[in-house]
Design a protein around this ligand. Sequence first.
Ligand code: CA2
Length: 150
Amino acid sequence: MGRVSSPRRLLLVNGPNLNLLGTREPEIYGRETLADVEALVAATAAERGVEVRSVQSNHEGVLIDEIHAAREDCAGIVINPGGLTHTSVVLRDALAGVALPVAEVHISDVYAREAFRHHSYVADVAVVHVIGEGVAGYARATQQLLDILT
Ligand code: CA2
């Protein structure tokens, strides 16, 4: 199908270790779970009549396959790449390669943490950036991406 003029579906991607949300480090990542994040994004998009397909994986190749598949039926991608943000040229290449609009989300303020978190390979292939607003940032990123798409 490819991109359509009225977006019907977004892909939500959560990278490695984000399945642990709500179980550890609440002082950094809060108490909400991955299921809460996925429900929040689905509800936010549903207000605009848009569906969400959600994927979380601890495996880079799985994420890349999902990003490639999004070319077929998604109008944009909301992504928190987790630690791959700071390491992964291949994830960046996948996002650039599918040429869909991307919203980059980080729960914590990566720019106020360790120096190794200050560089994002994804930042310049994303059109929306929501950093350090907690889990609520996923809703804002979804809204901003839909503002661009509609
Ligand atoms: O702040 C974010 O959203 C991050 O993308 C989260 C990544 C981190 O490597 C990035 O620098 C910033 C880590 C995700 C791990 O999430 C956990 C959640 C709860 C307990 C343990 C890990």
